[in-house]
Design a protein around this ligand. Structure first.
Ligand SMILES: *Cc1c(COP(=O)(O)O)cnc(C)c1O
Length: 394
């Protein structure tokens, strides 16, 4: 019997989404029009923040955020090793040094205790970070209260990489409301919670940071009368700094806006699917992701963990799932083990908890349109793969 491939994540596109994009395509402006502004405001309203700057990707938004916080060649930025490379690369774009803080073995997020220890050591050596970028892995917020308290003690700024966590809550507030950070980044890549095809947004409550990011998103130019040195006519704009073209298009914003109206449904759906998985996988000797009490996760990913003593079985289990059309994936290869970062001096063994987690993890399919029958198939094939690789007995 043949089956369709089940990816680990994918977009859910409705007829309304399609109509919204078509409408934008028929409008006068394909870029720099009203949809982008509307999308920025709608996201801010949703999460309870003041300013949103849309960009063509979360990677671009992370770069804009680092620039706005003044990250430069003499600075250091810390992030989690258990993340997509973009969380670290954004600091490298600014010429800064990158370092990492190992993860909590239960949440797989940056460990606040390890951060505190590393900060104390950095203070005595005089190499404190300028910015820390906690990543809300799989959609569950980091311990932002603790990280924020450390930022006050040690004087660093915070960018939340919430690429996985739009619509998630931390202690009853939406991630992105700015209570514990300077800037928060969302991604709208198709595997994320909502999509604009490519796209991202930087959210802040600080007007100056917002202005800086907006200027750098569009070639470093301004048309705002209070910033111009002269006003010869309506054609006039000025370049004050070296910026980029990181703009989101109207088509992307129209799709993003339409998807935003489905955000709560998407996340509710993911919670139901997790509940199904918990039943379907109950008898298997694997660790399911832990959900902290003070969080409502957006559940971007569903990473399972093989037992410590069955690490070497991961490749075999992965291969059987893939051969059976189950699009499992591994999130994440620890960033510091990438050849690019090894060339900067990092090595295997530097962040052992992230490395141990990486060796044992597999993400199972989780996305809004995943059916119960597909989940049953995933569970069945996973059980078969665990038996075939001697992780459990038949
Ligand atoms: C997806 C992702 C990014 C980058 O998002 P893009 O929109 O693809 O640039 C950054 N950080 C994390 C944690 C991500 O998962």
């Amino acid at each position: 019997m043949t089956h369709d491939f089940i990816p680990y994540g994918r977009q859910s596109i409705s007829e309304d989404d399609i109509a919204a994009v078509v409408k934008s395509l028929r409008s006068d402006t394909l870029t720099q029009g009203p949809c982008v502004t509307e999308f920025e405001q709608a996201i801010c309203t949703k999460v309870g923040a003041h300013y949103g700057v849309a960009a063509n990707s979360a990677t671009s938004a992370l770069h804009l955020a680092c620039l706005a916080l003044g990250v430069g060649t003499d600075d250091t930025v810390w992030t989690s090793p258990n993340t997509f490379i973009a969380s670290a690369n954004c600091a490298r774009y600014c010429g800064a040094n990158v370092n990492f803080v190992d993860i909590d073995p239960r949440t797989y997020n940056m460990c606040a205790d390890k951060l505190a220890e590393k900060l104390a050591r950095a203070k005595t050596k005089g190499n404190l970070p300028k910015v820390v970028i906690p990543v809300h892995f799989a959609g569950q917020s980091c311990d932002m209260r603790a990280i924020h308290a450390l930022s006050k003690e040690y004087g660093f700024r915070i960018i939340e990489d919430a690429s996985h966590a739009i619509g998630a809550k931390y202690q009853d507030n939406y991630v992105g409301n700015g209570a514990f950070s300077d800037i928060c980044i969302f991604s709208f890549h198709p595997v994320k919670i909502i999509t604009s095809a490519e796209g991202g947004m930087a959210i802040t409550n600080d007007e100056q940071l917002a202005k800086h990011m907006r200027t750098h998103c569009s070639q470093g130019t301004t048309k705002s009368p209070d910033e111009l040195t002269q006003m010869p006519g309506d054609w006039y704009y000025e370049q004050h700094t070296l910026g980029f073209n990181y703009r989101m298009t109207e088509l992307q914003a129209a799709l993003g806006l339409s998807q935003l109206s489905r955000l709560d449904d998407f996340i509710e759906c993911r919670h139901k699917q997790i509940a199904n998985y918990e039943i379907l996988l109950k008898s298997l000797p694997i660790t399911l992701p832990y959900q902290a009490d003070d969080n409502y996760s957006a559940l971007h990913l569903f990473p399972i963990l093989l037992p410590e003593h069955n690490k070497e079985a991961r490749k075999g289990v992965f291969d059987i799932l893939r051969q059976a059309g189950i699009g499992t994936q591994v999130h994440y290869i620890p960033v510091h083990t990438q050849p690019y970062y090894q060339a900067l001096g990092f090595k295997q063994g530097d962040f052992p908890i992230a490395e141990d987690y990486y060796a044992r993890t597999l993400s199972l399919p989780l996305f809004a349109d995943l059916t119960h029958a597909q989940q049953e198939r995933v569970a069945l094939i996973l059980k078969h793969a665990l038996i075939a690789n001697r992780v459990m007995r038949a």
